[in-house]
Design a protein around this ligand. Structure first.
Ligand code: PHE
Length: 350
């Protein structure tokens, strides 16, 4: 067999093998076997030294041509096989995006947290800072600094869980007033703060009493703060929370730490004031306690009551939630029954 014939047969066999190759591994084997250093083409080229000078260039060119053809065949087949491999993987790993997804159970913020955040937003919008107080408080801040010295009869209004004689879990958020006032620097502007949080009283639990509930304390102190500021602020709050038509009224009341003290009512958001079951047919709903900060309270916190005055209020988010959603038992908020809690999806899911 002449060298040319040999090369032709070689080309044919190689091309057939390439066509038959089923995967990239086999294809690579063919490449190594036909074009490699020990392969037949290299061998033919090596044998060229025995050819005549006329034949040599012809055979050489032919051998190169064949080698190129085989390489090209391999390259083309490689592309085809690679594509097929990719197709296979894609098919194997395919997901049906039209299948319904798995529902991941999502919680919601507790209804009381939602109410408190809503109130915080209203006050932050009016330039108040939100302050966190201590749930475990001293008798000093909870009572004495709030103008309730030891043995003061008004302490009975807030019967308490004592941890020791001087330490208790706070009965109201008012001690935060004293903690903030004593640190405030009026050179930096007026004091405006709210403080939401848990409070505790040794109450017997029933539909409207819980030994643990929530309050939001509010306090503003500056020069020339008057009752009109208190009234205007609370009116805005009530209108934002219960509707733009709401009115408020102030009734005289008593708190040891405010003078004068008031009980604040809001016009009924359900009947608008004509009388219904929500307002017990009075047209008004009792919503919070407030007053002008007692001079003694200012003084004990190092603020001169001759120069500065302020107002304070204490609001119950539990009561707000009960009114707004028609919840008739406060204990629902604290029993962690998902059938109750999941009704309040709120706007923001956590
Ligand atoms: N601390 C009072 C209470 O718990 C509420 C209150 C706060 C009243 C601030 C007036 C001013 O009953």
């Amino acid at each position: 067999m002449s060298l040319k014939d040999k090369l032709e047969t070689l080309q044919q066999t190689a091309l057939e093998q390439i066509a038959a190759a089923e995967n990239l591994k086999v294809l690579d084997q063919i490449r190594v076997e036909t074009l490699g250093k020990k392969g037949p083409i290299t061998e033919v080229l090596r044998g060229m030294k025995d050819l005549s000078p006329e034949e040599r260039p012809q055979v050489g060119a032919f051998a190169n041509e064949i080698r190129d053809k085989i390489s090209q065949g391999i390259e083309e087949k490689k592309v085809v096989l690679e594509e097929a491999a990719l197709e296979a993987t894609l098919e194997e790993e395919a997901i049906d995006v039209t299948l319904p997804g798995k529902q991941v159970p999502q919680g919601t913020r507790h209804v009381l947290t939602q109410i408190m955040e809503e109130i915080e937003d209203i006050f932050v919008g009016m330039g108040y800072q939100v302050v966190e107080g201590n749930e475990v408080e001293s008798d000093h801040y909870n009572f004495e600094r709030m103008n309730l010295p030891k043995d003061h009869p008004a302490r009975d209004m807030q019967d308490t869980f004592y941890i020791s004689e001087e330490t208790l879990i706070r009965t109201h958020t008012s001690p935060v007033q004293a903690r903030v006032m004593e640190k405030h620097d009026f050179a930096k502007g007026a004091l405006r703060m709210i403080s939401p949080g848990k409070v505790f009283r040794r109450d017997t639990d029933d539909a409207t009493h819980s030994h643990q509930f929530h309050q939001i304390e509010g306090l503003v102190v500056d020069k020339n703060i008057t009752m009109a500021d208190l009234k205007g602020t609370l009116e805005v709050l009530m209108q934002k929370m219960f509707g733009a038509d709401r009115k408020i009224r102030l009734r005289p009341s008593y708190f040891p730490f405010t003078e004068p003290s008031v009980e604040v009512d809001v016009s009924c958001f359900k009947c608008g004031g004509t009388g219904c079951n929500v307002c017990k047919h009075t047209g008004w709903i009792e919503i919070l306690g407030a007053g002008m900060v007692h001079p003694a309270v200012l003084e004990m916190s190092g603020i001169d009551p001759e120069v500065y005055s302020g107002f304070a209020f204490g609001l119950g988010p539990d009561r707000v939630a009960m009114l707004r959603y028609g919840v008739n038992d406060i204990r629902n908020f604290y029993q962690n029954d998902l059938r109750f809690l999941s009704q309040f999806k709120g706007e923001s899911q956590c």
